[in-house]
Each structure stands twice: as structure tokens, then as C-alpha cells.
Ligand binder design. Structure first.
Ligand code: FAD
Length: 169
């Protein structure tokens, strides 16, 4: 899919937004809250050009909600993979703070809101007393989003193979 420079920078929506386009707190379409198909439906609709399918997000374009999510999970799981087996009390405290701030700053507002709410529920606060504990907690956090999106949960016994050691042959 090719977008003109004007389409890439213009975020003025047509009068009726396509299904799936999410507005940001400023009332404008939120790119990092919207999937690429809906975003292109909006920008192509606005430019009156014929829709092309299937939409693929060029690698040098701002991320949609899925690209942002995949990159973010890669970072988060990789952090757990490199986390010490016996972290100091200071690092544990900093890690809890990091997750809380991450939850606030995540650049998809409704994802951030749900993630913060999930972390506040009983038993869901970040568990960071060891690499194994933090890795499993992150897997559970990711599964909460998977389930919300109607995806199959990941087997958390395999978190370390997926993100640290590589698969056993
Ligand atoms: P992803 O879910 O991005 O997973 C990437 C890879 O991680 C998978 O291929 C798999 O190998 C591995 N994996 C999958 N599950 C686990 C697990 N439980 N533990 C360890 N490894 C695993 N999107 C929305 O549409 N709505 C939301 O509300 C939303 N909230 C989000 C909140 C947060 C904090 C984050 C980081 C992302 C959120 N996303 C949300 C994005 C969403 O989770 C996915 O990243 C996105 O839909 C792309 O999914 P995917 O199927 O490509 O794989």
C-alpha cells in the first residue's frame, strides 16, 4: 500500500469514521490506538482514492496499535529475560515503579487504562522478586490482553524458552 506524503501526515478524518478508528483524548484519530486497516480506510476514504488490500504498514511509518504492541511486548519480555535471578531490593522497587509508569505512558490510551486497571486487581501487582517470578508475571499480564482480544493464552511454562533461552530442539 502506498500513501502519498499528504495522506501520511494528514489526520483530518472524513465526517463518518470507519469502524475501528479510535479517537485520542484530543478528539482526533489516535494512530497508535487504531489498526492499520481501519487507519488506511480512513485516510484513503478522505482522499477518495480506491481502497487497496490487504493493508501492510510500511516499516518507516508511525506504528499502529498492533505494531506498537508487538514491539512493546518484545521489550517487556526481553527485560524480564535479562532481569537478575536475585535482584536487590532497590532494583525490585525500581522495577515496580517502571511498570507503573509504563502503564501510565503507554501510547494507546485505552490499552494503558485497561492495563493499569488490571495491575490494580488483587494478585496482579508486578511480582519482581526474581527473574522467574517477573517473567511469569509478564506472561500473565500479556495473557490478560490476549484473552481480552479473543486470542489463545500463551503457556507461561514456556516464557523463558520463548524470550531467553530459545526453543529446545
Ligand atoms: P503479540 O500479542 O504482540 O505477541 C508477540 C509474541 O509474543 C507472540 O508472537 C508470541 O510468540 C509471544 N507471546 C504471546 N503471548 C505471550 C505471553 N502471554 N507471554 C509471553 N509471550 C507471549 N491491543 C489492542 O488491540 N487492545 C488493547 O487493549 C491492547 N492492550 C495492550 C496493552 C499492552 C500493555 C501492550 C504492550 C499491548 C497491548 N495491545 C493491545 C497490543 C496487543 O497485545 C498485541 O501486541 C497486538 O494485537 C499484536 O498481536 P500479535 O498477535 O502480533 O502478538
Amino acid at each position: 500500500v502506498e500513501q502519498t506524503e499528504k495522506e501520511q501526515t494528514e489526520t483530518v478524518p472524513p465526517k463518518k469514521l470507519p469502524k475501528g478508528v479510535v479517537l485520542g483524548p484530543d478528539g482526533k484519530p489516535c494512530r497508535t490506538c487504531t489498526d492499520v486497516a481501519s487507519w488506511f480506510a480512513m485516510t484513503k476514504g478522505a482522499s477518495k482514492s480506491k481502497p487497496t488490500a490487504p493493508p501492510v504498514l510500511p516499516s518507516d511509518c508511525p506504528p499502529d496499535v498492533e505494531t506498537l504492541g508487538r514491539s512493546s511486548w518484545t521489550l517487556l519480555h526481553s527485560i524480564t529475560a535479562q532481569y537478575p535471578e536475585n535482584p536487590s531490593p532497590t532494583l525490585q522497587s525500581e522495577t515496580r515503579t517502571f511498570m507503573n509508569i509504563f502503564g501510565k505512558l503507554y501510547p494507546c490510551w485505552f490499552c494503558a487504562k485497561d492495563f493499569q486497571e488490571w495491575m490494580k486487581k488483587d494478585g496482579n501487582a508486578p511480582r519482581v522478586s526474581s527473574r522467574e517470578e517477573f517473567g511469569r508475571w509478564m506472561c500473565e499480564a500479556h495473557n490478560a490482553v490476549n484473552v481480552k482480544l479473543g486470542k489463545k493464552p500463551f503457556d507461561c511454562d514456556k516464557w523463558e524458552e520463548r524470550w531467553r533461552t530459545g526453543w529446545k530442539d
